[in-house]
Design a protein around this ligand. Structure first.
Ligand code: FAD
Length: 379
């Protein structure tokens, strides 16, 4: 049975997220885009509403939201500001490996605090030489007695400078390649964990991105997720689950650009009439609206499949790649509709373009999504 009607609860969530985006995010989006400050004030409010722990099971203090619920919220929040959205979404990215593979004790210890006080998590996979090729990582976790000693450097880690809880991927058996990779929960205040370079980014500047260094970091074996050797699988399952939310963010960014462009096209007059009266502009807007709808349907479908325990790596990749490509195309076209004004920082367009770009890169580039899709369709 197919239904596109949102439930009362989903409509309420959508409404809460939309109001939050308009009242708490949009008014400060330019300020956090221009500075280097972490948006603690917005995050304090996001914590109070529950956005920073919404996907954790209710048994551990979370909102217990489905992926479809999360996609609905993600679209709204990203329409408010993609950088602020990323700061919130990355909490869920870091919590997901623990939700999927943590024991009851690990969930109680590491997930429950997210709902008790404002705190952040980070997902630490990427290394300087191992981006798309995550299996090529050099970080190691050596078993010494009942502890593991972690050494390595992670780069481009979102929330890395503010997170209290890191999920860190490292080799427990380097000889075995991706089958020798394991995942660990590492508290940020563990001796040997330090923040390296703080990245100065093109867009999504409200989101904190840093290098993290792990130097002889001792973690007890209770912090190993699952068992040794399944780290790569944990990372891939986590990314499958996270990708529809990135697609949803693409829909949100594209929708924001489209809304601005419609408003502008109806009010800007040239040659004695609103520019929306020119068919070229009207058709451009029609194409943008069509793509936004198509992207949303891909996102909702992928989220629904995952919520219903169906295999969905391909659909999650399609949702992520298409949603973020639509964000890129739509923001560029919307900027064009603004003409010269679109290029100026006084207007929202140039930030939307810069913010959209990252959606095509993080959580697996769109080339990697096409690799996932093509491998599956080619068999
Ligand atoms: C702002 C930001 C935040 C991030 N946050 C996190 C985070 O929180 N945690 C984390 O672990 N990582 C994070 N990342 C890392 C991100 O996931 C990687 O940047 C991404 O996976 C690409 O890796 P790379 O940058 O090393 O590019 P590379 O892997 O070097 O790729 C370079 C280019 O080659 C292409 N390419 C590579 N391999 C192939 C192939 N087989 N076929 C076709 N094309 C290919 C890529 O698509 C890309 O266009 C973040 C990155 C950024 C920029």
């Amino acid at each position: 049975m197919i239904s596109f009607v949102l439930t009362e609860e989903q409509l309420a969530l959508q409404n809460t997220a939309r109001e939050f985006a308009l009242k708490e995010m949009r008014p400060v989006a330019a300020k956090y885009d221009q500075g280097h400050e972490f948006p603690w004030d917005v995050m304090k409010k996001a914590f109070e509403v529950g956005f920073l722990y919404s996907s954790i099971e209710s048994e551990y203090g979370g909102g217990g939201l489905s992926l479809l619920d999360t996609a609905i919220i993600s679209e709204e929040l990203a329409a408010g500001c993609a950088g602020l959205f990323t700061t919130m979404m990355v909490n869920s990215l870091a919590q997901t490996p623990i939700i999927l593979f943590g024991t009851h004790e690990q969930k109680k210890k590491f997930l429950t605090p997210f709902s008790q006080e404002l705190s952040f998590g980070a997902f630490c996979l990427t290394e300087p030489q191992a981006g798309s090729d995550a299996g090529n990582m050099l970080s190691t976790a050596k078993k010494v007695g009942s502890d593991y000693i972690i050494n390595g450097t992670k780069c481009f880690i979102s929330n890395g400078g503010v997170a209290r809880t890191h999920v860190v991927f490292a080799n427990t058996d380097p000889e075995k390649g991706i089958r020798g990779m394991s995942a660990f929960i590492v508290q940020a205040d563990t001796p040997g964990v330090s923040v390296g370079k703080v990245e100065d980014k093109m867009g999504q500047r409200a989101s904190n991105t840093v290098e993290l260094v792990f130097e002889d970091v001792k973690v007890p074996q209770e912090n190993l997720l699952g068992k040794e050797g399944i780290g790569f699988m944990i990372a891939m399952k986590t990314l499958d689950k996270a990708r529809p939310s990135v697609g949803a963010a693409g829909v949100g960014v594209a929708r924001a650009a489209l809304d601005y462009a419609i408003e502008y096209a109806n009010s800007r007059e040239q040659f004695g009439k609103p520019i929306s009266a020119f068919q070229h502009i009207a058709f451009k807007l029609a194409d943008m609206a069509t793509e936004v709808n198509a992207a949303r349907l891909l996102v909702w479908h992928a989220a629904w499949l995952i919520d219903n325990k169906q295999k969905a790596s391909k659909e999650a990749a399609m949702a992520k790649a298409y949603g973020s490509d639509v964000a890129m195309r739509t923001t560029v076209e919307a900027l064009q509709i603004y003409g010269g004004y679109g290029y100026m920082k006084d207007y929202p367009m140039e930030k939307l373009v810069r913010d959209a770009k990252l959606l095509q890169i993080y959580e697996g580039t769109n080339e990697i999504q096409r690799l996932v899709i093509s491998k599956e369709i080619l068999g």
